[in-house]
Each structure stands twice: as C-alpha cells, then as structure tokens.
Design a protein around this ligand. Structure first.
Ligand code: FHN
Length: 448
C-alpha cells in the first residue's frame, strides 16, 4: 500500500468514525440515502483507493458503443433523431445477428493499441440491453436471432487477457415505460403517459446487480444520461452504495456534466480535456478524483456508416499525450457494425497508436501531469523526479519555458542526444535543432 493510499484510507476511516459518533450522539435515525452514504464511506476500502490509483496510471482505454442501433447504422441517437416510436424501433432487433463479433479480436485489438481497459455499452439510451438480463425481454439474448451474451464473452476474454472492463450504463431510457415523467428527450417514443420512476430505478438497480454479479471482476460503472432530467430523484446514493457493496473496487463515474457527486470515484469529460469546452458539455469544475476524457474517433459514438471523418493518427496521439499532461485518461471510442465487426479505419488507427506507445509508453503510463501545465506547444508529464517535455506543435528552434525546480540539463528521449538548455531571467530556453524534431511529438527529458 502506498503512503498516499494509507493516508486517504486513514482519513476516510476517521471521517466514518466521526460520522458514527455524531449519529450515536444525536441518537437519530438517518434517512435511507444518508445511511447508504455512510455505509458507502465505510466501504471505501483500500481496494477502491487502489483501483483509483490503477486508473490514474492506466491512461488509455477503449470505449465501445454497440447496440441494436448499429443496424440502421446512423449513430446511437437514431431513435431520437428520426423520431422512431418504440413499436417501430423494436423491428431492428430481429435484424441484429452479429456473427462477426469476436471478443478475442476486440480485446486483442485494445491490447495492441496499448489500451489498459475497455468500457462497453451494456445499455444505451434506447434501453436495449446487450447482455442476458432477466429484467426485460428487450435484450440481445431474448430479442435477436443472435441469442448470445457478448458481454459475458467479452468479460471472460478481458479476464483471460488481463485487461479491465467497465460497463457503460444509460440511466436515460427511451424504451422502459416506467421512465416517467419524461425528461428532455424520448418524446417521440410513443410510450403510454404514466409510469413509476421508482420502479424504473428498481429495474436499473436489478440490471446493475446482474452486471456486477454475473461477469466476474468489473472495473467500474460508467453512467450516462442523468442529464436528461437532472432534477429528478435518481436515488444515486442507494445505487452507488449497491455497486460498492457488490464490488468495492468498482469505480463509479457519471457523465452528468456536473461537479462530481458523493460516491463517484472518477470524473469524466466528453470530447474535451478538463478546463476546455469546445463541445459545450463541460463545466469547468475539476475535482481531485481521477479524470477521464471520452472522445470519438470520427464524429459518431455508435456506428454511423455515413461518417468518414476519421481523425488522423498524429491527431489521436497528440490527444492522448495532451490528456496525460492534464492528468486525464483518454477513452477512445469505436462503434462496431451490426455484424459485430470493427471497421479497418478504426482498427488500423488503434494499431498505429499502439506502435507509438510501444516506443514512448514510458513517458505516458504511470505518469502524472508535469510541472508546466498545458501550453500551446504541448505538455509535460512526470514520473518520480523525471520530467518529460512533449513538444507537439512548435515550429521554432528555440522554446522558452518557465523555471523548473532542480533542472540541470536536457536530452532527447530517443537516442539520449544532449540539447542546449540555458537559464534566462528566471526562466529557461531550450534549443531544438531541426534534425531532432519528431513531427508528432518531440520528447525531451529534463535532467534533474
Ligand atoms: O448521449 C450520449 C452519447 O450518445 C454518448 O454515449 C456520449 C458518450 O460520452 N454521452 C452522451 C452525451 O453526453
């Protein structure tokens, strides 16, 4: 156990103990949600804190958006965007027979990309469960000719190949009639008016229980969709406590685009790094929790056959490096087709990223943000006392840097080539000869 883990554990035990004393003194009984929260604090065990540490070190994960929406192949929002009622949308299920799906190939692909975990949609907003749930027939085993549980196959393969698995779970549901009252979306689904939201939440907890008891060790639950009705009583504390009770090390995160809520173990940002907001999702609050940025490889999450706007490999690598320099994991998305295949435009790019990581992974995995925060020219990462400058975009031969404590010299990461580094008026100037440049990322080690 690291000192940091011990310290956090000690603080959480103290907090839990003092909460218990206060309760005893007050002699009061707490409402269900508070009890659950206290219970959860008590359960914030070393396993969970170690899992957070593992997550911070992992840096790179594969996001998979896959569901019955891959049949119309127009993205995972097709039901909403085309105003398709449930009765019509359900007709995609008999056409969904992904015989080309191979858990082994997908896990191997993630590994060859240098990814340390996979996060896959167990249920997206269309309510369709990609696993063998007993809570509804609206699932891949009961509603499709495929009749297999790809999440079980994936979980087994992840365990076999030593890669962690998170389940994405949409709290928003356009199919379940108990998702009522409606939020901002799902108004064309044609469901009966009325329903019992608490019954929906029971359904959700039951599905989560299935996911956390039938698939071995699960690294975490990635919630999405609460933003559809942010003011609703989501019973979050109860659900989060349930997850931590079933698997204390499972990390809970929610893409609600708000400040993290009690019981969440990591904070996520969509399409932007913490502190950036080009996509319009991100509030700027950045917590001390482990951070993650989800990003599409083209413009779509679920498979969209019309979207050919694939990001280039250099652009993707720069995103990964910038994320590492901002203490943030990159969760990079692919959307398999209705046959379960991963198109070559995705797999080739991932493999090229993996090749880059083979050569440079030491400067990314297990690092933390370095002493110089995000700059237009690039970022710094740090491991122990070693600082890596990642120069991503700088056309000139000289680069001015702020003062970095204890720096004695600099050399190129590849080939150990010494570089000139001069102190100037309390700052530093680094000379980067043209021949030392890498068009994607020139990595320089600051010697201390
Ligand atoms: O609506 C979803 C979208 O389909 C996708 O799943 C992304 C992934 O981060 N999250 C939601 C939008 O915030």
């Amino acid at each position: 156990m690291t000192n940091c883990v011990k310290r956090v554990l000690w603080v959480s035990l103290l907090l839990t103990a003092s909460a218990a004393v206060c309760m005893a003194q007050a002699g009061a009984s707490l409402p269900d949600d508070r009890l659950a929260a206290n219970q959860q604090a008590a359960n914030l065990q070393a396993d969970n804190l170690q899992a957070r540490d593992w997550f911070r070190n992992a840096k790179f994960g594969l996001f998979i958006h896959w569901g019955v929406y891959s049949v119309p192949a127009a993205g995972e929002w097709v039901m909403e965007v085309r105003h398709i009622p449930v009765s019509e949308y359900e007709k995609f299920a008999p056409q969904f027979n992904p015989q080309a799906f191979s858990a082994k190939e997908i896990v191997s692909l993630a590994k060859s990309a240098g990814m340390r975990y996979i996060t896959i949609t167990s249920k997206h907003h269309d309510g369709f469960a990609m696993f063998a749930t007993k809570q509804t027939k609206w699932n891949i085993v009961d509603a499709t000719p495929y009749a297999r549980d790809p999440l079980k196959e994936l979980a087994d393969e992840c365990h076999r190949q030593g890669i962690k698995l998170f389940f994405y779970y949409s709290q928003l549901d356009w199919h379940n009639p108990d998702y009522w009252p409606l939020g901002q979306t799902g108004h064309a689904a044609g469901r009966p008016e009325g329903g019992d939201f608490n019954r929906y939440l029971d359904f959700m907890d039951a599905q989560l229980t299935e996911l956390l008891t039938g698939y071995g060790e699960i690294a975490g639950i990635w919630f999405d969709g609460m933003w559809d009705k942010p003011g609703a009583e989501w019973r979050l504390q109860r659900t989060y406590a349930l997850i931590h009770k079933l698997q204390p090390a499972a990390l809970v995160g929610s893409n609600h685009h708000q400040k993290p809520i009690d019981g969440e173990d990591f904070q996520m940002f969509e399409q932007d790094l913490p502190g950036e907001n080009t996509a319009g999702f991100n509030q700027t609050y950045i917590s001390d929790l482990p951070l993650e940025m989800s990003m599409t490889l083209n413009g779509a999450w679920g498979y969209n056959k019309g979207d050919k706007d694939f990001k280039s490999v250099p652009k993707l690598i720069k995103s990964l490096v910038r994320a590492a320099g901002a203490n943030t994991n990159l969760l990079l998305n692919i959307g398999p087709t209705e046959s379960g295949a991963v198109i070559p435009e995705f797999s080739q790019r991932l493999q090229e990223m993996g090749a880059w990581l083979q050569r440079n992974g030491e400067t990314i995995y297990g690092t933390r943000a370095g002493p110089i925060p995000l700059r237009p020219w690039g970022v710094t990462t740090q491991k122990g006392s070693v600082v890596y400058l990642h120069i991503l975009d700088w056309p000139d031969e000289y680069l001015a840097l702020p003062f970095v404590q204890g720096v004695k010299g600099a050399h190129l990461y590849h080939g150990n080539v010494p570089l000139k580094l001069a102190a100037l008026d309390g700052g530093l100037v680094l000379k980067l000869p043209k021949e030392s440049r890498d068009p994607v990322d020139t990595i320089v080690v600051l010697e201390r």
